[in-house]
Design a protein around this ligand. Structure first.
Ligand code: APR
Length: 250
């Protein structure tokens, strides 16, 4: 079956589903100009992941913040969503897609109009004081004086995304498991599926009888294990085809 035929089959599953859920990773944002973590041009090819361990952040907040500014703000601060993000938002508006579980911290699903977005690894648009837990938004951070500090207690602010060695936000974990257990269709987009515990979510959906569609130019650890329809291609390209075939305004 070629890509066009596979997309037709995938659309049949999407139309038939009663509780479709999307599970997205860094690959969905690559065509928005945000590099993946692994693979060609990946962030972990340039930077040592241990620099994003919570222990390193607490011991060297200034150095850690300088890296955070460089990687997560200077390089992809003005990234915009593309067809993959907007099609998922359109499917939510149609009532087909009930939730997106994303490993991404780039806020592109929300920018595309999705409202039920479960942020498994947090969100880089929010910050939290490590002493008093006061929350801040991006406009409070000036980036010229690092690390930013809390206006109430003077404590250091940390981006509200999950560093290595930190727990997954409890509500995100609960909500993700609920959606995986109730989904009859899981749409996997752009993830290698190697980081636990996020990577377990597709297996939970499969175990509960969900059909699995995967969009990725490369095979992942899921492709030969649990995927029913593999749409081998870049997310923007594949979703533009889906939008055209489903007459989605995306
Ligand atoms: N369209 C779709 N998928 C793509 C594209 C594209 N244009 N380009 C690359 N990909 C795929 C790659 O083939 C790969 O499978 O996106 C995936 C990127 O993999 P990772 O960088 O490992 O991203 P992800 O799976 O989201 O990483 C999970 O690891 O470092 C942690 O917290 C970080 O959330 C992240 C987690």
């Amino acid at each position: 079956m070629n890509l066009e035929q596979s997309i037709d089959e995938a659309i049949k599953l999407i139309k038939k589903s009663k509780h479709a859920v999307a599970f997205t990773g860094a690959g969905i944002s690559v065509e928005s100009g945000i590099p993946p973590f692994r693979g060609p041009g990946g962030i972990w090819e340039k930077y040592d992941p241990t620099l994003f361990d919570i222990g390193f952040f607490l011991e060297h907040p200034k150095k850690s913040w300088e890296l955070i500014r460089k990687i997560f703000f200077e390089s992809f601060g003005d990234a915009k969503p593309h067809a993959a993000h907007t099609v998922l938002a359109a499917l939510e508006k149609r009532g087909t897609l009930k939730a997106i579980i994303t490993q991404n911290i780039d806020n592109l699903h929300q920018s595309a109009g999705s409202t039920r977005v479960i942020q498994f690894h947090g969100n880089s648009n929010y910050f939290i004081c490590i002493d008093c837990n006061k929350k801040y938004e991006l406009d409070y951070i000036t980036f010229d004086k690092l690390p930013p500090v809390c206006e109430v207690c003077g404590g250091i602010l940390k981006p509200d995304f999950v560093f290595f060695g930190e727990p997954i936000p409890q509500q995100a974990h609960i909500d993700s498991m609920y959606e995986a257990e109730h989904s009859d269709l899981l749409i996997l987009v752009g993830t290698t599926g190697i980081i636990m515990p996020a990577s377990l979510i597709p297996f939970v959906a499969k175990r509960n009888g969900a059909k699995i569609i995967e969009i990725n130019p490369n095979k992942s650890q899921y492709t030969d294990e649990i995927v029913d329809i593999f749409l081998q291609g870049k997310a923007k390209v594949v979703f533009e085809k889906i939008a055209a075939k489903m007459k989605l305004d995306a």
